[in-house]
Design a protein around this ligand. Structure first.
Ligand code: MG
Length: 459
């Protein structure tokens, strides 16, 4: 953790019991509790080996500051976010490192509206933490700590209210759910069975060693899901990340779909119902998403990468449906945050109503070739490398909301430092495969050359 900043783009993250120790987590809990005052705070966590330990440490800090704490136990992030509003709590703490490797854990803070608190509020917590301005209550004003079961069922029932259960049930879809050995296993298989699907599960036992696959759902980690879908002739494969706020789909042929494609399919369907709708999406999404929105008479609002930003902007512009290219779907009539089980239910409704397979729906989308690459880069070099790339591309048509997205007539290249990992991401897309490869190679060379020249200067 650096000297006066706790929160990154995805809350507080670190290696469990090394950077994110119980003592540190208790102090963070105390700072968050001081920030909220004597309020009702819900806590939930994912299946990581360190989650019971870290969550209890946070709870101790919260109660010491006078908050009444409700321990929701193992729960998906979207279940906690839904429950905060439903049970009129004042806020929530999520102990999860989402898609990060098993050794990591994290702490996120959610407000009473179920949305992660904005950066300005995080700074208030950081000021309390680093200034040690903690409220420590006397023995007769300590917060209570109680077990609070049932939030997952409340969330599951809410999702069901937003889809046409009858139409989905009639189809008797066969679906394979890969829950990543984490909390998605506690909701999605049950939800889909209640929607009349025949569900087969993979990695549905909670295990923080993630023996089945790593928590990030991507083609490299979803081989078992893809081959199972194909082998048993399922209609759909559903994969969540570690805290089940994201959903990546596998089509009936066993192909892992890009989040851009499945997001565009969901957006297309929702915008058909609400013409002139506004869709918020980060600069990392494909131009294909914009094409689909324009075809439906909707409007796109580009943002920085980060689900909290998407949620915030979505509320400001009154968007019904928004997406991220990593499989995040935000459906505001339910809740304006990404929600994996909600995304799965919407996709099933689309398959039922459109009477098409997922591969057919993907084939109907505007065709773009997309390449997503990563280049290792230490955190301390990121800004200098980005400045150098900006300088080298200053005469080109670009968007610099987050990193730099350079648009050409026949495609685009996005170059941006990751907010959570020591890497630069280079995404290129074009209507022509050769051109897409050529632009990806150009983007990668810009970053690599900048890193090399910095390294040679150091020597
Ligand atoms: Mg997540």
């Amino acid at each position: 953790m650096s000297s006066n900043v706790l929160f990154g783009t995805n809350g507080i993250r670190g290696i469990a019991n090394l950077e994110l120790t119980p003592e540190f987590a208790t102090k963070v809990g105390l700072a968050i509790g001081t920030y909220f005052g004597q309020k009702r705070i819900l806590v939930g966590y994912d299946s990581r080996t360190s989650s019971p330990l870290i969550s209890r440490a946070v709870i101790i800090g919260l109660a010491s500051a006078g908050c009444d704490v409700f321990d929701g136990g193992y729960a998906p992030t979207p279940s906690i976010q839904y429950a905060v509003k439903h049970f009129k709590m004042d806020g929530a703490i999520l102990v999860t490192a989402s898609h990060n490797p098993p050794e990591y854990n994290g702490i996120k803070v959610v407000g009473g509206d179920g949305v992660e608190i904005p950066r300005e509020e995080e700074i208030k917590i950081e000021n309390i933490f680093f200034g040690e301005k903690f409220t420590r209550k006397r023995w007769n004003a300590l917060g209570s700590i109680s077990i609070f079961p049932g939030i997952i069922d409340v969330h599951k029932d809410a999702v069901k209210k937003h889809v046409d259960v009858k139409s989905i049930s009639k189809k008797r879809f066969k679906v394979v759910v890969d829950a990543a050995n984490s909390v998605g296993a506690l909701i999605t298989p049950y939800l889909l069975r209640e929607l009349g699907c025949d569900v087969v599960t993979l990695n549905a036992q909670l295990d923080g060693n993630f023996p089945g696959r790593l928590p990030e759902p991507k083609p490299e980690t979803l081989g078992d899901l893809a081959s199972t879908v194909k082998a048993i002739k399922a209609d759909l494969g559903v994969a969540h990340d570690g805290d089940a706020d994201r959903c990546i789909f596998v089509d009936e042929s066993g192909k892992v779909c890009l989040g851009d494609s499945t997001g565009a399919i969901i957006i297309d369907y929702i915008l058909q119902k609400h013409h002139d709708g506004i869709v918020v999406t980060p600069v990392s999404s494909s131009k294909m998403v914009e094409d689909v929105i324009t075809m439906r008479g909707g409007k796109i609002v580009w943002t920085k990468v980060g689900s909290t930003t998407v949620s915030k902007v979505m509320q400001e512009v009154n968007s019904i449906i928004s997406m991220e290219d990593n499989g995040g779907i935000f459906y505001a009539p339910h809740q304006p945050v990404r929600d994996g089980p909600m995304a799965a239910a919407l996709m099933l409704e689309i398959l039922a109503k459109r009477e098409k397979t997922l591969s057919q729906l993907v084939a109907e989308l505007p065709k773009y070739y997309i390449i997503k690459e990563r280049i290792n880069c230490p955190n301390e070099l990121k800004q200098t490398v980005l400045d150098s790339v900006l300088k080298q591309t200053e005469k080109l048509n670009s968007l610099t909301l987050d990193g730099i997205k350079i648009s050409f007539e026949d495609g685009s290249v996005l170059i941006r430092p990751s907010g959570t990992e020591e890497i630069f991401r280079v995404y290129s897309e074009a209507k022509n495969e050769e051109r897409c490869k050529e632009m990806a190679a150009w983007g990668i060379s810009l970053v690599e050359k900048s890193i090399q020249s910095l390294n040679s200067k150091k020597k």
